[in-house]
Design a protein. Structure first.
Length: 295
């Protein structure tokens, strides 16, 4: 049976959710809307492993990553579901060939289909490399960065009280953290989005910046925007648009392809800019057609 990438990610999502929420095989199959027989068969076809072996390997890869970043053996063993440090050490030595106190190499174990733990808490699912690249993506992201930067420059015409004044948005939207966001918080969201997604794709921990000055947000957007462009350029170079990473920090865990992540960022940024331009107009700031992206 051939699995599409979407169907594969559905199965992977169920497996990732089970890592810290253990469930019997029958329950996992129900979550994926399959019988136990077909679920086990599809997982083996997709990953080359049984659901139990897949989960055990993922836990060990995550444990190796946490040990490399200073976590204690006892704490990592508990998080990996082992009843004792001795049992964890035996399993770790069998998998990596060294005890957990000495592991210094890659956290990745041999995997038939190349599905691996992706820090801080997800998976990396290889792409179907037969797809054609999206040649316009890099230009579109660069364009998005430029428009966001121009709106920061336009907003500099306002004083702090106007920048921080709440804005009632009708109809309500999930585009911002606040129900009545200020212009400053709308601008911050444009920088925050690129920072957050770059961190998620690169697999590093993300800490939100406290710098919401216009100069600070401009610099943050420059750095995060440049990094996001480089990510897109690298994906284009590898033709890896269908490569998926599973973000287990979401509740419930969610999977994204690189193509889906870029489309998500561009779509929401355009929506946020539209709302922001309206808020600027209400304060007498006219935004040029070029800044809106029409020229």
């Amino acid at each position: 049976m051939t699995l599409t990438q979407d169907r594969l990610r559905t199965l992977i999502d169920v497996l990732v959710e089970s890592v810290d929420d253990p469930a019997r095989g029958e329950e996992l199959a129900q979550r994926a809307h399959f019988s136990r027989f077909h679920f086990d068969r599809l997982v083996r076809a997709a990953t080359g492993e049984t659901p139990t072996a897949f989960r055990r390997r993922l836990l060990l890869e995550r444990a190796a990553h946490e040990l490399a970043h200073g976590e204690s053996v006892a704490g990592v063993a508990f998080q990996a579901g082992y009843t004792s440090g001795e049992a964890f050490s035996r399993a770790f030595r069998r998998a990596y060939g060294v005890p957990p106190t000495r592991h210094l190499g890659s956290c990745r174990l041999s995997a038939p289909h190349g599905v691996h733990f992706h820090p801080p808490g997800g998976l990396l699912v290889p792409a179907d490399e037969r797809r054609h690249p999206m040649e316009l993506a890099e230009r579109m992201v660069s364009h998005d960065n430029r428009l966001a930067t121009e709106l920061i420059d336009v907003a500099a015409q306002l004083d702090d009280s106007a920048l921080d004044e709440p804005n009632r948005i009708e109809p309500p939207t999930d585009a911002f953290h606040d129900d009545e966001p200020s212009i400053r918080s709308m601008l911050n969201r444009l920088a925050f989005t690129k920072e957050m997604w770059s961190a998620a794709i690169k697999g590093r921990a993300f800490e939100e910046s406290d710098d919401r000055s216009l100069d600070g947000m401009r610099e943050r957007l420059q750095q995060a925007g440049d990094e996001f462009v480089e990510i897109v350029r690298d994906v284009e170079r590898r033709d890896g648009w269908d490569t998926a990473f599973v973000d287990a920090t979401c509740d419930p865990p969610r999977s994204f392809t690189y193509a889906g992540a870029v489309a998500h960022v561009l779509t929401w940024d355009a929506h946020r800019r539209h709302i922001l331009i309206g808020a600027l107009h209400q304060r007498g700031i006219q935004v040029s057609r070029e800044a809106i992206g029409l020229d």
